[in-house]
Ligand binder design. Structure first.
Ligand code: DHK
Length: 158
């Protein structure tokens, strides 16, 4: 629906391999399963989701740059670029959009190199450790941030 706030849900490297990739850490859902669940939750929240994935840092930067003029918020699982990419940090800063940093796993329970994030300093908030459900939590947070119609329905019994 054209008048719904458009939310970019952006996925970085190796997230296209969800379902077969280390399921004990990342779960059994595929990225397609997650995309479907995001569209369903977005409908309930009065949001429109633009769900994307790239394995390429520069492409992620370009998508974020373009979102500045076309989207209301960004939910970003930057994968391993979370821990390495100044370029993605800078793109998020120039987007001037609310950003939810998202991770399937609790990165703080894992290797030390996953404890630092270049995203957190430019994120509105961070969700980590809830598996695929984290995407839905992120959409709920975004609905509040952008004042979407369905925001708050859950606790109101809707
Ligand atoms: C996904 C990745 O691909 C890792 O490189 C991050 C993140 C964690 C996740 O938990 O979703 O370190």
């Amino acid at each position: 629906m054209a008048d719904r706030p458009d939310i970019l849900v952006l996925n970085g490297p190796n997230l296209n391999m969800l379902g077969v990739r280390e399921p004990a850490i990342y779960g059994h859902d595929t990225l397609g399963d997650i995309e479907e669940a995001c569209h369903a939750r977005a409908d309930a929240l009065g949001l429109a989701v633009d769900f994307r994935q790239s394995n390429h840092e520069g492409e992620l930067v370009t998508i974020i740059q373009q979102a500045r003029d076309t989207h209301m918020a960004i939910v970003l699982n930057a994968g391993a670029y979370t821990h390495t990419s100044v370029a993605i940090h800078d793109a998020l800063a120039l987007s001037e959009l609310p950003v939810i940093e998202l991770h399937l796993s609790n990165t703080f329970k894992r290797e030390a190199f996953r404890h630092h994030s270049y995203i957190s300093g430019v994120a509105t908030g961070v969700i980590a450790g809830f598996g695929a459900h984290g995407y839905l939590l992120a959409l709920e947070a975004v609905a509040r941030l952008v004042g979407a119609e369905g925001a708050g329905d859950e606790e109101n019994g809707a």
